[in-house]
Design a protein around this ligand. Structure first.
Ligand SMILES: NC(=O)c1ccc[n+]([C@@H]2O[C@H](COP(=O)([O-])OP(=O)(O)OC[C@H]3O[C@@H](n4cnc5c(N)ncnc54)[C@H](O)[C@@H]3O)[C@@H](O)[C@H]2O)c1
Length: 257
């Protein structure tokens, strides 16, 4: 499928795209003609997703632990070697553990901060030379996954919320610094019942009912047709003047102000 999508020929690197929200974004990008690099700790899952995407456009699946900056740099180099550049970076992968504030272990805190703001910083830094363009010609796009739990606060998720607040900060600073290079940097804050989200709600079915009731659009989002399409907008030609913002795709669950 060439010559028909709004991302035709673009190179997108999506972390944590073996499943969940990342997989939805990768599918939406590939259907718009982007060549997608699927990165995940689950190397076999990344390769399987890339094989699926090949139906639409060339793709590559790579195993990568985003907590390790050497692996991040090596993965970005592999993508550039294969596709020539990186035009779109999506920092989606993240892992965290739930605990009461006072019970969080060092490992719990490290997991959220290492896979959240630290990994996001590593990828933004590694991809910058490839994303960098000019004000006139335009440059690359960065989309960082944030969460409505960051402005709202979410009991049981101290390290996760701190990590997402950090990701929001990185987005705003890079938007300020890199706009002159034609790079836009934005956040997406989704609500999708992925495996990651289900792990939380499976133990609290009543809480899920309450969350769904509270939404302005009272249904869970879809990783591809809701979040993926919003990512296509932020990555595509219509969003070149949109930067530093958080686009919520959560059925009106949260209004950032
Ligand atoms: N699902 C939601 O409703 C929701 C809400 C708010 C924010 N988010 C954010 O959206 C993003 C995706 O969420 P999801 O629900 O799809 O998550 P998920 O847990 O279902 O999937 C996360 C993916 O990241 C990968 N991953 C985890 N640790 C990794 C590591 N160290 N290195 C490389 N890959 C790693 C996993 O293997 C998995 O494929 C996350 O940043 C999450 O915080 C999701």
């Amino acid at each position: 499928m060439t010559g028909r999508g709004v991302l035709d020929g673009k190179v997108a690197l999506v972390t944590g795209a073996a499943r969940g929200v990342g997989a939805g974004i990768a599918r939406a990008f590939a259907k718009e003609g982007a060549r997608v690099a699927v990165l995940d700790l689950d190397a076999a899952g990344a390769e399987a997703m890339a094989a699926e995407l090949e139906e639409h456009a060339p793709a590559i699946g790579l195993g990568c632990d985003i907590r390790d900056s050497a692996q991040v740099d090596a993965s970005v180099a592999r993508v550039v070697e294969r596709f020539g550049t990186v035009d779109i970076l999506v920092n989606n992968a993240m892992a965290s553990a739930q605990s009461r504030f006072e019970d969080a272990t060092d490992a719990d805190i490290d997991l959220a901060l290492d896979t959240g703001p630290k990994a996001t910083y590593y990828f933004m830094r590694a991809c910058f030379p490839h994303l960098k363009g000019t004000l006139e010609e335009g440059g690359g796009r960065i989309i960082n996954l944030r969460s409505a739990s960051d402005p709202g606060g979410l009991a049981g998720y101290g390290a996760y919320v701190a990590a997402k607040a950090g990701v929001g900060g990185l987005t705003r600073v890079a938007a300020r610094e890199w706009g002159r290079h034609g790079i836009t940097v934005n956040n997406l804050a989704p609500f999708v019942l992925t495996e990651g989200a289900k792990a939380h709600f499976d133990e609290r079915p009543d809480e899920l009912k309450g969350v769904l009731r509270h939404l302005s659009v009272p249904r869970a989002g879809d990783a591809e047709s809701d979040v993926g399409r919003a990512a296509v907008f932020l990555a595509g030609p219509d969003a070149s003047y949109v930067t530093g913002c958080t686009l919520t795709v959560d059925g009106g669950g949260t209004f950032f102000s």
